[in-house]
Ligand binder design. Structure first.
Ligand code: HEC
Length: 194
């Protein structure tokens, strides 16, 4: 009898945690992610071709998200002044073109949109060749931000430019989390999976 009661309590606890998990399963990002279980994840991380790394550095010149001055996401919080911790800054050319309200460089913003569009097209082709559906989806989500950016710059709407910049940098960050691997060794190197 007493044992039956314990089982009941366990079942209640299990269904409570199932409810909590269901709540946590709300998407945290702006795309639905594929589970990273495809055959592309069975190989060792590959070094990226030089041109791929070069276009990534060009992306960074445009976006440069975060207070650390590195590409999107993460960073050493302790190296950041307290007042700006948790605040994402955009210090690339996009941010500079917007810096002075009422003196935005809309043509510069459109040029950046062209650069990013060309780069995201190459990123998508790179992941398509590797048969990485997730990489392709991430490149597409970035491309959506880029077309929003071009539309906002044409409409001279700075708030929409910033929203588009956030969408783009979410794509940068999410791809780096899923597909960019830091190989621990001397020297530190990066590789691509998926
Ligand atoms: C769909 C995937 C994907 C997207 C989207 C993406 N990246 Fe990357 N990026 C990578 C991978 C993979 C590497 C690691 C390549 C390597 O070094 O082996 C990388 C490397 C980098 C690097 C390091 C380049 C170097 O010097 O070696 C920078 C900087 C960078 N990305 C910035 C960006 C920015 C900014 C964006 C968004 C505008 C972006 N990336 C979007 C996958 C992506």
């Amino acid at each position: 009898m007493q044992r039956g009661w314990q089982v009941l309590v366990l079942v209640a606890a299990a269904s409570l945690s199932a409810a909590a998990m269901a709540q946590e399963q709300k998407p945290l990002t702006n795309i639905d992610r594929e589970p990273l279980t495809g055959p592309e994840f069975s190989t060792k991380p590959q070094p990226a071709p030089k041109e791929f790394a070069a276009l990534m550095r060009q992306n960074n010149g445009v976006i440069q998200a975060d207070a650390t001055g590195t590409e999107g996401g993460g960073g050493d919080a302790t190296a950041t002044p307290a007042a700006t911790r948790g605040v994402v800054t955009f210090r690339g050319s996009l941010g500079r073109y917007l810096a002075a309200p009422d003196k935005e460089d809309w043509d510069g913003l459109l040029k950046d949109a062209d650069t990013l569009e060309a780069n995201f097209t190459k990123i998508e082709a790179f992941f398509a060749e590797r048969k990485s559906a997730d990489g392709v989806a991430l490149a597409k989500s970035g491309q959506k931000g880029v077309s929003d950016l071009a539309a906002a710059a044409k409409a001279k709407n700075r708030v929409d430019v910033i929203k588009a910049e956030i969408t783009i940098s979410v794509a940068c960050r999410n791809c780096h989390i899923a597909h960019r691997v830091l190989n621990i060794g001397m020297p530190l190197t990066f590789g691509v999976i998926g």
